[in-house]
Design a protein around this ligand. Structure first.
Ligand SMILES: O=C(O)CCC(=O)C(=O)O
Length: 338
């Protein structure tokens, strides 16, 4: 079994190539206040670990609903620094290794600026943006779900554009686990921080509470008339009668959510871009799985096609796990390169 925290034992060509392109991911020490112990009563608590960070009410809420909002967790000053760095990256004033810069399908402008980028993905080699993943007040909560040995597995700065009327700014209902070739899901968590006030007018997150207790569903592209953004797979057969909860949040508020919770975000009906920054964390005891023969195989194929094109690797096979090497271990006290 290949653990996330271990050096990859048999890296395929993509891994080797990316390691040549990228510096080794350094560690970032962080203070952890939580005393985490294994769950002692699995029937009572399955999704959270014993510590003194969450109140009993917060713990119960996450167990039952699969998400938890912590108000005012990230300072305005940090958010402004992330925003400035985002602009520099979009304008190509700063180059970041390994990053993916995405556009909404309706954005036709070609100049490189912050108004033609819908998402930055995998920014761990941006020292400034990666600071988000290491903020002690975020990690304090992350540890409640992953335990103390934490990996930052996937990072995004989402810049949801104003909708052009084609409704492409929507993010279809999905489960994040669909994108991840590692388990167990219960030791994975996303931190998503609003970089401004978000509500239904600019497309806040919407969740289906309690769906983290279900299993991973089949995902495919929604058949939306106006088109769908690349990799925005959605679930077709969710129970439409399940209640949806919109999550309006203020700047700096952070929601932690389970990778199986069904969620998405609505149209941005405002003139401005709606920004959020997020990181998916996992316990370094999580292990990779082979997605062949599972519902995730369609994703592996699509990601493989993208990677082969991007790195001129026609004919090579690409495993989904090879695409998750842009990750970093956050270790207390000692340096761990991967
Ligand atoms: O920020 C959003 O609009 C949705 C983000 C999301 O659900 C995702 O990227 O998986």
């Amino acid at each position: 079994m290949e653990r996330l925290g271990k050096q990859r034992s048999a890296p395929l060509r993509l891994g080797i190539l990316l390691r040549h392109l990228l510096p080794p991911a350094g560690f970032t020490p962080f203070p952890t206040s939580a005393q985490v112990a294994p769950v002692t009563c699995p029937t009572q608590f399955r999704y959270t670990l014993d510590n003194d960070v969450l109140t009993p009410e917060q713990r119960r809420f996450y167990e039952d609903n699969g998400y938890l909002i912590i108000k005012n967790l990230v300072a305005d000053e940090d958010i402004e620094r992330f925003r400035e760095e985002f602009v520099k990256i979009c304008r190509k004033e700063v180059k970041v290794l390994g990053i993916t810069i995405m556009k909404d399908i309706t954005i036709v402008k070609s100049e490189a600026d912050e108004n033609n980028v819908s998402k930055l993905q995998d920014f761990i080699y941006s020292e400034e943006l990666f600071r988000y993943c290491t903020l002690p007040q975020i990690l304090k909560y992350v540890e409640c779900f992953t335990g103390p040995d934490i990996m930052a597995m996937h990072t995004m700065l989402i810049n949801k554009p104003p909708d052009t009327g084609k409704k492409t700014s929507r993010h279809p209902l999905h489960q994040d686990l669909h994108y991840f070739p590692f388990r167990p899901a219960d030791r994975v968590v996303c931190a998503w921080t609003a970089m401004q006030k978000v509500d239904r007018t600019n497309g806040c997150l919407v969740v289906l509470p309690g769906t983290h207790k279900g299993c991973l569903k089949e995902h495919k592209y929604p058949d939306w008339e106006g088109g769908v953004n690349k990799m925005y797979h959605g679930i077709h057969d969710y129970d439409e009668s399940l209640p949806r909860v919109h999550l309006p949040m203020e700047k700096g508020d952070t929601v932690f959510f389970h990778p199986l919770i069904i969620h998405g975000s609505g149209r941005n009906r405002t003139e401005g871009f709606r920004k959020a920054i997020s990181c998916h964390y996992a316990s370094s005891d999580c292990y990779y799985i082979d997605v062949k023969g599972t519902t995730q195989e369609i994703l592996e194929k699509e990601v493989g096609d993208i990677v082969r094109r991007r790195f001129n690797m026609a004919g090579s096979s690409v495993d989904l796990k090879d695409t998750s090497i842009i990750r970093c271990r956050l270790v207390k006290g000692e340096k761990k390169n991967l």
